[in-house]
Design a protein around this ligand. Structure first.
Ligand SMILES: Cc1cc2nc3c(=O)[nH]c(=O)nc-3n(C[C@H](O)[C@H](O)[C@H](O)COP(=O)(O)O)c2cc1C
Length: 219
């Protein structure tokens, strides 16, 4: 498929057909994703692909449980916001666990160039945090990985949905993966999930900003 056509066709898919995806196709997509660039070529990523219904259900329950814990505390402060949060998470777990394949995407902690140097000269915490949280190449590399994955999926006739709304339960999900003997690696954390499958028709993408809104050319 031409690149322009792939870019046009890619959209977030939240409803999938109940069709199995061959393991070899999954491998091909992960392999393609692994060609993505990364800061210092650190390749700070690891995919766990989950087809097993019981495992997807377990992840959904972890997200649900964490949500309820937060929402109960929110009830005491703002009932409307708690209700909105409950509704939002319900949609989200459905997207994630209704997909034929759910990927857990792990990332390795990455300390940007300058971070250790700043530490050495006792730079203020805000300066260190700014580098770590706003400008971190580690997460930019994960973005490159997942965009490459998504485009390859479209090229192979599949749809994806990149998922970070449940990152508030990331620690619990990664602990579950560790306890189940599925994945543990020192300094790796759950950065995102990705739903994959053959898409149901009817997905609609929201609009985009105009060129003028996202671009300046200085000549
Ligand atoms: C980093 C990132 C996180 C996202 N997290 C979620 C998510 O948790 N749930 C969801 O339904 N969509 C999620 N999306 C999909 C966006 O909502 C979607 O890309 C955006 O609305 C544009 O729509 P399109 O992808 O169909 O063009 C995420 C996308 C990105 C890039």
């Amino acid at each position: 498929m031409e690149l322009d056509q792939i870019l046009k066709q890619r959209q977030s898919i939240r409803k999938f057909k109940n069709v199995d995806i061959p393991d070899s196709d999954i491998e091909e997509m992960v392999k393609a994703a692994g060609t993505a660039p990364s800061g210092k070529n650190i390749q700070n990523w690891y995919f766990v692909a989950i087809k097993q219904e019981a495992a997807k259900k377990a992840i959904g329950e972890i997200i649900e449980k964490k949500k309820e814990g937060i929402a109960r505390k929110m009830d005491e402060v703002d009932g409307d916001k708690a209700a909105r949060f409950r509704k939002f998470v319900k949609n989200f777990t459905f997207f994630a666990t209704g997909a034929p394949v759910l990927f857990l995407v792990f990332a390795e902690n990455y300390y940007p160039s300058g971070y250790r140097e700043y530490e050495l000269i006792n730079a203020p915490r805000e300066v260190l945090d700014d580098l770590l949280y706003h400008r971190n190449p580690g997460m930019q590399s994960i973005g490159a990985l997942l965009q490459t994955f998504s485009l390859k999926a479209v090229d192979m006739g599949y749809g994806t949905c990149w998922l970070t709304s449940a990152n508030y339960a990331g620690e619990e999900i990664q602990k579950w993966a560790q306890d189940e003997g599925i994945f543990f690696k020192e300094n790796y954390f759950l950065a995102a999930m990705m739903a994959l499958g053959v898409q149901e028709e009817g997905a609609r993408s929201p609009g985009r900003k105009t060129l003028e809104e996202i671009y300046t050319l200085i000549k």
